[in-house]
Design a protein around this ligand. Sequence first.
Ligand code: 13P
Ligand code: SF4
Length: 352
Amino acid sequence: MKIQNEADFQTVRARWGKRLLILGHYYVPDETIRLTDRQGDSLALSQIAAAEEDCEAIIFCGVHFMAETADILANSPEKIARRGGVRIPVLLAAQGAGCPMADMAELEEVEKFWQRLESIMEADALVVPVTYVNSSAAIKAFCGRHDGFVCTSSNAREILRRAFSQREKVLFLPDQYLGRNTALQLGVPEDQLVSRSASDEEFQNARVILWDGYCPVHEKMHPNVVCEVQKEHPEAKLIVHPECRSEVVAMSAAAGSTTFLIHEIERALPGEAFLMGTEARLVERLRNERTDLNIYHLGEPYFCDDMGKNTRDSLFLTLEQLDSGDLCRRVSVSDEICAPATIALRNMLDAT
Ligand code: 13P
Ligand code: SF4
């Protein structure tokens, strides 16, 4: 059946019932998020996919690495065995929606770098690789092969603590800012935080080696702009996502994941004011929901274009295709990558 409007969508949706689960990250447009069954930040969505037992298909409104993660977690070997060998399809609602930060760590380059570390020290005995969930399944598999971890912005501190309880050093991929901000919170001194372009001697003294990825949305929030906006709204509390630059996080009253920021707004008292350093679609939604607060962007509103590709029409088309048996939007991770990536994801989920 063709899905041309919301009524058509609801008809097909109702026919699928519990056989279908539609998930949405908080950054996707309002017109789409309100049609999803479950919403969340990266950690919550991973946990939902991992707990999922009943459905026959998942539609993911988000970006490619999220659909890959859902595919791995919803199709663990135990689940496939319980379903009699059936692997459920995970479809990404937005065609071509990637994450520029995830693309900044390529497997070949990471492996080459690991070899360099091995030529300097016993890398497998001394270094734990930790990757932010915003990375390809291949990078998660790399971490799993070296008994490392995945982390999200909600649990990065806990995961880094775990990693340090196992080995002396951490290689943090791909987000330099989340890695740096979290390590600083844990008291790692500046001179023990090094970039991947450091010298052999610096690697030997380092506690955390940072890849050089960044989120092009959060990175745009510059400390100079923060000062200007703070002058305009001195009463406002600055709350930011830890993908922001470290100088910005240092200026903030609080920093945390998307869920953390949402909770800050939910528990605010009428009349309070906030400067929010995060993706603009989320800021605007919160502003519309809490008209009794004063919520400001940190300078220009910066939108994630890839998340924006999850329009209502793209969701309609994905459901229409699924309903007709066309799985062209399926995101499927190969068995060779799934197995080691699961180790790194499990190491995270077991620790949180
Ligand atoms: P969280 O969902 O962990 O807050 O991360 C935000 C983000 O940038 C997702 O890509
Ligand atoms: Fe990637 Fe940044 Fe968009 Fe998140 S907001 S999907 S990190 S580009």
